[in-house]
Structures are given as C-alpha cells and as structure tokens.
Design a protein around this ligand. Structure first.
Ligand code: TYD
Length: 215
C-alpha cells in the first residue's frame, strides 16, 4: 500500500523557502510524483484571523497569536478530505510551507519554549513531519530581500527580530533532536544550488515513489 509523506519547509521570512518549495514541487511533478502543497498560516478562518493580527488590522497579544497558530494547525491537520492527516494516510506526498517549528521559533521571543511545545503537543501527536528542511539564510540577506520585494513589512520583519528567530530555531532543533528529523540547508547560495542541496536530502524520502512509479 502507498505510504504518504509529510515534508516541511522552514526558514526566516525572506529565506526563499516558498520559492524552493515551488521548485521542488515542479521537480517532483516532472518525474511523475503528484504532490500537494500547503502552508501555515492557512487560508481557513483561523488563518485569516491570524493574518489580520500579524498585519495590525486587529489588536493581538502574543499569547493569543500563539494559541491561534496552534488551533489553525490542528484545523489544517484534521479537516476531512483536505486535511494533511487524511492526505498522508491516503498515500499523498504533502509539502508544507511552515509547521510547528515556526511556532517554536517565532513565539519563543515572547514566551517560554516549553509552553509553546506543550501548546502544540496535540499537533505532534496527530502528525510529525517525515522531514523538516530548514533553509538557513543570514537575517541581513532576508531583510534586504523582503525590502526589495514588498513595501509593507509585517510585525516580524525587523533585523533584531529575525536574528532572534533564527537563534530560536536552532534552540528548538537542539531541544527536539531526539524526536524530530531536521536538516539545515545553506540558503545563501544560488537558487539552483539551494534546490540541488534540498533535493539531495529529500530524495530518500520520496524514493519509494520514484521506484514504484518507474515499475
Ligand atoms: P508566511 O505566510 O510564511 O509569510 P509570508 O507572508 O512572508 O509568506 O508566514 C507569516 C508569518 O507568520 C511569518 O512571519 C511567520 C509567522 N508564523 C508564526 O509566527 N508562527 C507560526 O506558527 C507560523 C506557522 C508562522
């Protein structure tokens, strides 16, 4: 029976993770592997509320945002048919732009990491990624890319904050090294080189598909 895969892309804002996820999706599609891409915050009702808060349209408190992200994530996982859990059970390969490591990195600026881990414990029980790919790019580079691409910056996109978030990612990777499979890719190189590096790490996780599709 087909086994699905849940593969997560993480990184700072401006790290190129969305670009790389699209490249990997195209690469998998070109060799006949049908993938589903998704992201957090989601485009569902909780995700919409989160975006209103991140972009300052409605009042928010860091604790409320952290709790909403955990709720948005549960909704993302357990929705019937289109939820990640069902898709993976049905044997699909799901690529996801951000997952709970984003919560551990972004919300640990204001709250204790252990509290955020506890807040997300239900989500870890529902599904852990087969692989989390962290695209590591210097915060200065990320900010320059964000500034070149957009006029409006959301509340996380300042240099000190990006530095802190990057530090928090590594703290969380270390804290959870016994339970999570995480690979860090140097994202400072050219887009082609970064893609190639991601592909090397990801290939073993989709190998079963490549082999079964070639039979
Ligand atoms: P994202 O949609 O990846 O950013 P962009 O709009 O640039 O594509 O994520 C929006 C923001 O949400 C990003 O700054 C990171 C933040 N975030 C959290 O704070 N906690 C979380 O759990 C997640 C998934 C994202």
């Amino acid at each position: 029976m087909a086994t699905g895969r849940f593969l997560v892309f993480e990184g700072l804002d401006g790290s190129g993770k969305t670009t790389q996820m699209t490249r990997i999706q195209n690469r998998l599609t070109s060799i006949g592997i049908d993938v589903i891409t998704t992201c957090e915050p989601t485009d569902g009702p909780v995700g919409a509320l989160i975006r209103d808060m991140l972009e300052g349209r409605i009042f928010s408190d860091p604790r409320t945002i952290a709790a909403l992200f955990a709720a948005d994530r549960t909704d993302h996982l357990v929705k019937p048919e289109t939820g990640v859990q069902d898709l993976v059970k049905k044997g699909r390969v799901v690529l996801c732009d951000r997952y709970y490591f984003s919560s551990y990195a972004y919300h640990a600026r204001d709250m204790d990491l252990e509290w955020i881990i506890t807040l997300n414990s239900l989500n870890t029980q529902i599904i852990r990624p087969d692989l989390t790919l962290f695209i590591d790019v210097a915060p200065e580079t990320c900010l320059a890319r964000i500034r070149a691409g957009r006029h409006r910056l959301d509340m996380y996109e300042k240099i000190d904050i990006l530095k802190q978030v990057r530090h928090n990612y590594f703290t969380a990777f270390d804290r959870l090294k016994d339970t999570e499979k995480v690979v860090t890719v140097d994202g400072n190189a050219s887009e082609d080189a970064v893609e190639q590096s991601i592909w090397q790490h990801l290939q073993p996780f989709v190998k079963f598909r490549i082999e079964s599709d070639m039979r």
